[in-house]
Design a binder for this molecule. Structure first.
Ligand code: UD1
Length: 363
């Protein structure tokens, strides 16, 4: 941001891994039209979980880092709310942009709404209809205080209509499709850091509170992964590592535990895996966009479109259901065209155009 730039300022809040991925294409498109002031709450702070994403994705350094770290939900969200309020009161942006469904999203949306600043929510309208998930609470509250609701899919638009939200709703496509379009060629050119031939392994991730914080479910998923007949790469999220250590749980069989992987390495690992097994929201969609079958270690998904034709299967944490889903994918690899669902990989341009028009009309 240069001192002489007289264009309106928008303030984007990021904090956790999935937001860095989405903020990259978004920031590029926004900065062509408005000034972007980027705030990092510090929800994710390890090098593996944060800095490497900024480097891989070419995101400019944040204009402000709050360095707040993680913690229990209330405390974390409360600290972010206070920190973001101070920055927003100082910067007085024409609009605040929040992304996805993390505690950073919720804190950003609430801080802005309380200051009377308009809010744009990127990835609005997603619902798992499971209020035990912190992310579901974050999405719902954020949507209800947002002025611009930028939806990836028609399902998301319908979900909002069911809750009476119709104003400011736009279907724009999915920014993760943009991220893949921009970064996959680079990911494929990089030397592999994990030496496994394409289609010779499964890729698994596990971090959702409902799995990582529940000893029985965590043990059941690890058991299921340990029974797979091909190597399974498991980049271990710090939350999961903490619980495995505390409970003395181990992964056996052909499971390879590795640290959280940088974005580009993760893209390539997903693109070349036999299948992805995950409880992540973002990876279900990335696998779908990359044409890799997904097995989702949850009972619900907000990305319902991915379930069509067996591209994604819900198994919860039940080892028998997981084994059956893997066998089904091995018997016949499903095929699909992701463009029909998540757009053409130009969502960020659409979003930036809508936001720029909105802030100009408010001047
Ligand atoms: C958060 C988001 C989730 C998103 C995920 C991506 C919420 C409610 N959840 O979950 O939607 O899919 O990020 O990864 O916002 N930790 C570290 N180092 C780090 C980051 C976290 O050690 O860099 C530890 C924390 O101290 C904490 C645990 O990991 O004990 C969980 O982190 P937290 O930010 O609470 O949530 P995630 O599980 O990462």
């Amino acid at each position: 941001m240069t001192a002489r730039d007289s264009r309106p300022t928008v303030l984007t809040v990021v904090g956790a891994r999935p937001q860095f991925v989405k903020a990259a294409p978004l920031g590029r498109a926004l900065r062509r039209r408005v000034r972007e002031f980027l705030v990092h709450t510090g929800q994710h702070y390890d090098r593996d979980m944060s800095d490497s994403f900024f480097e891989d994705l070419g995101i400019p350094a944040p204009d402000r880092g709050l360095g707040l770290g993680s913690g229990p939900h209330g405390k974390m969200t409360g600290r972010m709310l206070a920190g973001l309020e101070t920055v927003m009161a100082e910067v007085r942006p024409a609009m605040v942009i929040v992304v996805g469904d993390t505690n950073s999203t919720l804190a950003g949306a609430l801080a802005a709404a309380k200051l009377g600043l308009p809010v744009a929510h990127v990835e609005a309208g997603l619902r798992s209809f499971d209020l035990r998930m912190p992310e579901e609470i974050n999405r719902r509250v954020t949507d209800h205080v947002s002025d611009l609701l930028l939806c990836p899919t028609p399902t998301a638009v319908r979900n909002l209509a069911h809750e009476g939200i119709r104003r400011g709703v736009h279907r724009v496509g999915d920014v993760m499709a943009d991220a893949i379009r921009l970064h996959l060629p680079r990911a494929r050119r990089r030397p592999r850091t994990i030496e496994l031939a394409p289609r010779s392994y499964y890729l698994a991730t596990l971090h959702r509170q409902e799995n990582a914080d529940d000893p029985e479910r965590l043990g059941a998923v690890l058991e299921a992964l340990s029974c797979l007949r091909h190597p399974t790469v498991l980049p271990l999220h710090p939350r999961t590592a903490q619980h495995m250590d505390a409970l003395g749980l181990k992964a056996g069989g052909l499971v390879r535990l590795v640290p959280p992987q940088p974005y580009l390495e993760m893209l390539r690992l997903q693109a070349e895996a036999r299948a992805v097994l995950t409880d992540s929201g973002g990876m279900q969609k990335e696998a779908y966009l990359l044409g890799t079958p997904c097995i989702t270690l949850r009972e619900t998904t907000e990305w319902v479109e991915t379930l069509r034709g067996g591209a994604n299967r819900l198994t919860g944490a039940d080892p028998r259901r997981i084994a059956r889903a893997v066998a089904a994918v091995e018997r016949k690899r499903p095929r699909w065209d992701p463009r029909l669902t998540y757009g053409d990989g130009h969502a960020a341009e659409r979003i930036a155009t809508i936001i720029a028009a909105a802030v100009r009309s408010r001047r």
